[in-house]
Design a protein. Structure first.
Length: 161
């Protein structure tokens, strides 16, 4: 057992007031905004399990978990824990993510701009979705219509955030 007084672990932000979990038509569970969320808002910082490339290549990629991994440079992958694994996929995402290799976390940020009002926010009750990239089993999806990285930068979130 570790002495908690010597353990320095950064607390994960509690942002669960920004969304609720409920059924998403055709996708299982999903996250839905509970109020208007400004672009650039940190929605979640999810802890991850790092899977070494050898284990991913020999086993994990042949399991259902393949649909939930984030590729790291060097071939290792992250599996996001908690609500980080509930963000659904969409070809036109309203959430972007940043992988933090040092802290073994994934950070999720609001990026959607309301096209009608030309304002930077996600509307209340919208499903919060990211773009994982194209996978053959998701043949209905295409490349995102918006460049989410540039949207994230426009929202004031940088790679160093």
């Amino acid at each position: 057992m570790t002495d908690s007084s010597t353990c320095e672990i950064e607390q994960m932000p509690a942002r669960h007031d920004l969304y609720v979990i409920r059924e998403s038509k055709g996708k299982g569970r999903g996250l839905f905004a509970t109020s208007r969320i400004p672009a650039g808002t940190l929605l979640e910082r999810a802890p991850c399990i790092r899977i070494p490339k050898s284990q991913y290549e020999s086993h994990l990629k042949y399991t259902e978990l393949e649909n939930y991994v984030f590729q790291l440079s060097g071939g290792d992958v992250f599996v996001a824990l908690g609500n980080g694994s509930i963000f659904n996929h969409d070809k036109d995402p309203n959430v972007d993510y940043r992988l933090n290799d040092e802290e073994n976390t994934v950070e999720y940020y609001a990026i959607r701009k309301n096209a009608e009002a030309n304002e930077g926010y996600i509307e209340s009750d919208q499903e919060l979705c990211i773009y994982y990239g194209h996978r053959p089993e998701w043949d209905v999806y295409t490349q995102p219509e918006n460049d989410s990285e540039s949207e994230l930068e426009e929202s004031g979130v940088s790679e160093d955030s």
